[in-house]
Design a binder for this molecule. Structure first.
Ligand code: NCD
Ligand code: ZN
Ligand code: ZN
Ligand code: ZN
Length: 437
């Protein structure tokens, strides 16, 4: 007999709203959702204490690193940070050392990750050329990602034609292509270790706008599907919105930092706040916030990008995000700046649908029992010292937040509870792309 666990005394996200209900879990699946008094007879009861139970959160943009970059983050530390941040599934980005550009490297990542994960992980890969899409897809990646302005392993996708040819290949396998959209022609060279202001000037809005326009044109002409990573500007988002209205199959992500941090934080945080695309002015953060509110931003993603403090002094772009994203976005909900359903959808059903991760994403009978249980009472300060990530710094450090993660359930078991990881590594599984299943 499989164990029956009941989650009681909860507000559960059902059919796009919160309902007072309980959940019966049998094994790793949801067996019943209903009034606490109508649940199955349980071996164990988890009292949610009136908290909000959401579908397990998905982050489609995590840099887990490992291998030669294990000093920045590894599969265990990165997925520990993920469950502490309420995520039950993350997609790992390909700009690794060695880069995830060949079936061999992809398979080695999958193999090494097994047994080390606290949450589920799917892998991104970057094809060196369109004719390598098939082999990579058959090796188990979930999605593919390109950087228009740099090369991981000799590949080049900086023109509309090059992107068009690639989308033809990815979409013939039903794969969503994610794009870091910055036009290399518009990015200015700066010396080593530029100041955050100089770095931001070198990555102008126009670089994002041009790149997004090329990506959209390639998507339109190829009839493929594309996801624009971390959109950071009014101009970029407007182009995406218009393309969708024209029927182009393009979606986009926004990060917590591009939603609420402006270049004013450079004063306080210095090079810690350097990221690509860079933090911009209030006009742009307001546009991203409105885009999330209106549903023009499809997916919320962390762009969790750990480095060492020495590397940050050398202006390496990025900072950890897994442990601040949920508190930041639910604080915006509590403050009346974002509707609850937009934030929940953008972390659950929307990424699940876009990347064919539909074993998760919704609370319903028969689905995998992955849950993110959040606390919406009280206030606390973000404290980088408490991060499970190896990267213990953040331009959100010290910010007062009004929401937090209480518990993270994966396949029916609590992995993170009340500030602690309560399960050994290995509960997380590698999720393979549909094509090889
Ligand atoms: C990312 C990283 O460090 O890997 N850095 C960043 O500033 N976002 C790379 C990326 O996603 O572009
Ligand atoms: Zn597989
Ligand atoms: Zn990027
Ligand atoms: Zn990234």
């Amino acid at each position: 007999m499989e164990e029956v666990v009941n989650i009681i005394n909860a507000k559960v996200w059902l059919r796009r709203k919160l309902t007072e209900a309980g959940i019966s879990i049998v094994g790793d699946r949801i067996a019943k959702v209903g009034k606490d008094s109508n649940l199955l007879k349980a071996n164990r009861v988890f009292d949610a204490g009136g908290r909000v139970v959401l579908p397990g959160f998905i982050d489609v943009h995590t840099h887990l690193r490992d291998f030669e970059l294990s000093y920045k983050e590894d599969f265990s530390s990165g997925t520990a940070a993920a469950v502490a941040g309420g995520f039950t599934l993350v997609l790992d980005m390909p700009n690794n050392r060695p880069p995830t550009t060949t079936p061999e490297v992809l398979k080695a990542r999958i193999q090494k990750a097994e047994g080390k994960l606290y949450c589920d992980v799917g892998f991104y890969a970057t094809p060196k050329s369109p004719d390598q899409v098939r082999d990579l897809a058959n090796s188990g990646c979930i999605a593919m990602k390109i950087y228009m302005a740099r090369s991981l392993d000799g590949e080049k996708y900086s023109t509309e034609k090059e992107i068009f040819d690639l989308i033809k290949a990815t979409s013939s396998f039903g794969i969503t292509l994610s794009i870091h959209a910055e036009d290399s022609k518009m990015i200015r060279k700066v010396g080593d270790a530029p100041s955050p202001n100089l770095h931001a000037k070198a990555h102008p809005v126009k670089a994002e706008e041009n790149a997004i326009e090329m990506a959209i044109n390639a998507t339109r002409r190829s009839h493929g599907k594309v996801n624009i990573c971390h959109v950071s500007s009014l101009n970029g988002l407007s182009k995406i919105k218009r393309a969708k209205e024209d029927g182009v199959d393009v979606t986009c992500e926004a990060t917590p930092h591009h939603t609420i941090l402006t270049n004013e934080v450079f004063q306080k945080f210095g090079k810690i706040a350097i990221v690509e695309p860079p933090l911009r002015s209030k006009k742009h953060t307001e546009a991203i916030l409105k885009g999330i509110s209106d549903g023009d931003v499809d997916i919320l993603a962390t762009d969790h990008a750990p480095h060492t403090l020495e590397e940050k002094e050398k202006a390496q772009p990025g900072f950890p995000g897994l442990e601040i994203a949920l508190p930041v976005f639910f604080t915006l909900v509590k403050d009346g700046l974002l509707p609850l359903h937009r934030v929940v959808d953008a972390f659950t059903i929307k990424p699940a649908r876009r990347f064919s991760l539909d074993y998760s994403g919704e609370i319903d009978v028969g689905r995998t029992a992955n849950f993110t249980i959040i606390d919406l009472k009280g206030e606390k300060r973000i404290d980088q010292e408490n991060f499970f990530s190896k990267a213990k710094f953040s331009p959100f450090n010290g910010m007062v937040v009004k929401a937090g993660v209480y518990a993270t359930f994966i396949r029916g078991k609590e992995i993170f509870l009340n500030g602690e990881i309560v399960s050994p590594a290995g509960v997380g599984k590698v999720i393979h792309g549909k094509i090889c299943r």
